[in-house]
Design a protein around this ligand. Structure first.
Ligand SMILES: C[S@@+](CC[C@H](N)C(=O)[O-])C[C@H]1O[C@@H](n2cnc3c(N)ncnc32)[C@H](O)[C@@H]1O
Length: 347
């Protein structure tokens, strides 16, 4: 049953108004990131006036003052008024997550949201009407050629890889702790992208060897733009057409959700056939609630999957059914209460 509204909520729809203005709040944060506001306040060592920030960042003083005041309203910046001058500084949240150089920075995520997803989401109505991505109309790329559209230019590809990369500094720990994976010696992260999650696995289980298996063009771009250390190995290949390297544990993080059921089953069957007996597969996805009531972020992601891919977010029961269908047993679901959840299944 839906929650009954209180008289107060009936008289004034605060929550609804906040949702309706959500796109403006997002764009305020995106623009401040793109203009470099949080980086400047982080490095300045002292609070700055809107005029000083505007001058440093080649912006108008009036525009910058309104932008920074809105960020104060959003509790992302702090302000103190001294001798009639408003002086702004980062909150801890801004320094930790919004400044570009911070190890936990969401900067890459924000850039992808602002420059790639924001324009695509303006066509949500068309996508819902058609029931499929609009890649043909938008980019002249066939609906099913999903990664050709996402990787349509080197710039788009690097932004997407940055988005993928930025998740795991925040969520990786919750995933690697969801199950005890210490019995798996050889781990392959299928479609492991920049290796951000693979590195968290290698850190948590130092006696395991971890390999990222991803498309040759992805591995090439990762090595060109995201090269870091050699804690994980990279092996190029196509998981639909090439052999997948042997392993005890296969990680599939945000992979099955990219594809319609038949392609997801094809990939899971291939992994089942390659997997050693006693080995397993770890699915990492945003799980929908069985009763359809949330989590709202997973529901939004499912719309995003329709906008960008041929896939969808699924309920635990959908994944359990798919895993059982290809032969995996002992399926365990771990809800992390964060954005991404984990499902472990054994052969
Ligand atoms: C949505 S991203 C997920 C990346 C990573 N697992 C994560 O969660 O951060 C999908 C990944 O699958 C890779 N990919 C797509 N099609 C592939 C294929 N046919 N073979 C191998 N990798 C593929 C992409 O290059 C990309 O790195």
């Amino acid at each position: 049953m839906a929650k009954q509204l209180s008289q107060r909520e009936m008289d004034y729809p605060d929550k609804l108004l906040e949702y309706l203005n959500g796109f403006r709040f997002s764009k305020v944060i995106f623009s401040a990131c793109e203009l470099g506001v949080f980086d400047l306040l982080l490095t300045s060592q002292e609070p700055l006036s809107a005029q000083q920030v505007a001058q440093e960042l080649s912006a108008s003083a009036d525009g910058m003052e309104r932008l920074m005041d809105t960020l104060v309203g959003l509790q992302i910046l702090d302000v103190e008024t001294t001798n009639a001058t408003a002086l702004y500084s980062n909150t801890d949240l801004a320094s930790r997550y919004l400044a570009k150089g911070s190890p936990r920075s969401l900067w890459n995520m924000i850039i992808y949201f602002s420059q790639s997803l924001y324009p695509l989401w303006s066509g949500l109505g068309d996508t819902v009407r058609a029931g499929k991505n609009q890649n043909e109309k938008n980019f002249g790329i066939p609906t099913e050629d999903v990664f050709h559209a996402i990787f349509r230019t080197e710039e788009e590809m690097v932004k997407f890889l940055g988005l993928m990369d930025s998740t795991w500094a925040m969520d990786g720990l919750h995933i690697v702790r969801a199950f005890d994976l210490s019995c798996f010696q050889k781990v392959v992260d299928v479609g492991g992208c920049t290796g951000a999650l693979a590195r968290e696995v290698a850190k948590a289980y130092p006696s395991s060897s971890v390999t990222v298996f991803d498309l040759p063009q992805t591995v090439e771009m990762v090595q060109k733009h995201f090269a870091r250390d050699d804690t994980v190995m990279f092996q190029p290949g196509d998981f639909f057409t090439d052999d997948i390297p042997p392993a005890d544990l296969y990680i599939l993080a945000r992979i099955i959700h990219d594809w319609p059921e038949e392609k997801g089953l094809k990939l899971l069957k291939k992994i089942y056939d390659t997997c050693k007996t006693g080995g397993g597969v770890l699915l990492v996805e945003a799980l929908l609630l069985e009763n359809r009531r949330g989590p709202v972020l997973a529901q939004v992601f499912s719309l995003n999957m329709m906008i960008q891919t041929e896939g969808r977010e699924r309920h635990p029961s959908d994944y359990i059914q798919m895993l059982n269908k290809v032969g995996f047993l002992n399926v365990q679901v771990s809800r992390t209460e964060k954005t991404y959840d984990a499902i472990l299944a054994l052969k």
